[in-house]
Design a protein around this ligand. Structure first.
Ligand code: NAD
Length: 255
């Protein structure tokens, strides 16, 4: 289904990015894997047995506009087009109340999760408009629909991603480009471990127990639960879907 499609994945070295890269590779896509951590990229490359024919690894910081232009230019230079853009790099920041959050911590989260997503769209859409085709998936969160004490910068950033997604979808539709967002609930990976531990240092397990009570299906998502939705939105099975924000949350937001 993805034979010879070219996909850029940002935050490729993280839990969700890794799962998306694995599934897209298995289905024949060419991969442009972007992360700020070169160690994570090397790990990913070994794990997926990647080679120069089917992938390029690019260390880039999505908060820096010139880095974003660089990864988009490299993708086009190497593979000639961009069919799929998984705009996924993100950070949870520190767990702290609004009154205790300083400017640096606020800026850090907004820079990665909002400006990073925005810059990605700016440069990838420029290319996709020339092609008159493409599918873009931004990673938001259930935190894009609800509040979460101690995570205000993250919540603000994920609400912003949904607004950005809708606007990008409207601007891109005349060029046959679709833009959607995926909104995972808690995923069983590093980011949730950091939020659990940040909420109650030394007793993250107790925080997980409380989170689990909020999820009707009774478990966190796996990285693969999220990647399956992303692949559907990237594929030609969803050619009439744009401007949407889909939850993958075990029923959490149904309450
Ligand atoms: N884990 C969850 O519970 C959860 C829930 C909802 C949404 N999300 C979102 O899913 C996305 C992926 O997160 P994940 O769960 O895989 O977590 P993760 O921490 O495993 O992965 C995030 C990746 O983004 C990279 N990254 C961070 N800042 C970057 C920057 N400035 N430039 C380039 N790369 C950068 C990290 O190095 C890391 O590899 C994020 O946008 C996150 O907010 C995660």
């Amino acid at each position: 289904m993805f034979n010879d499609k070219v996909a850029i994945i940002t935050g490729a070295g993280g839990g969700i990015g890794h799962a998306v890269a694995k599934e897209l590779k298995e289905k024949g896509a060419k991969l442009v894997l972007v992360d700020v951590s070169s160690e994570a990229l090397t790990e990913l490359s070994k794990d997926l047995n990647l080679n120069k024919d089917n992938s390029i690894l690019l260390k880039a910081d999505v908060t820096k506009e010139d880095n974003v232009k660089y990864y988009v230019d490299k993708a086009v230079e190497r593979f000639g087009k961009i069919d799929i853009f998984i705009n996924n790099a993100g950070t949870e920041g520190k767990v702290s109340s609004i009154v205790d959050t300083n400017k640096e911590d606020l800026d850090f989260v907004l820079n990665v999760n909002v400006k990073g997503v925005y810059y990605g769209l700016k440069y990838v859409m420029t290319q996709m408009i020339k092609q008159k085709s493409g599918s873009i998936i931004n990673t938001s969160s259930v935190a894009g629909f609800m509040g979460s004490p101690g995570l205000c910068p993250y919540v603000a950033s994920k609400h912003a991603v949904i607004g950005i997604t809708k606007t990008a979808a409207l601007e891109a539709a005349p060029y046959n480009i679709r833009v959607n967002a995926v909104c995972p609930g808690p995923v069983d990976n590093r980011m949730m471990r950091s939020i659990e531990e940040g909420s109650l240092p030394g007793n993250g397990d107790a925080v997980k127990t409380e989170f689990l009570k909020l999820i009707p299906l009774g478990r966190y998502a796996s990285n693969e639960d999220v990647s399956k939705l992303i692949l559907f939105l990237a594929s030609d099975d969803s050619t009439y879907i744009t401007g949407q924000a889909y939850r993958v949350d075990g029923g959490m937001n149904a309450k």
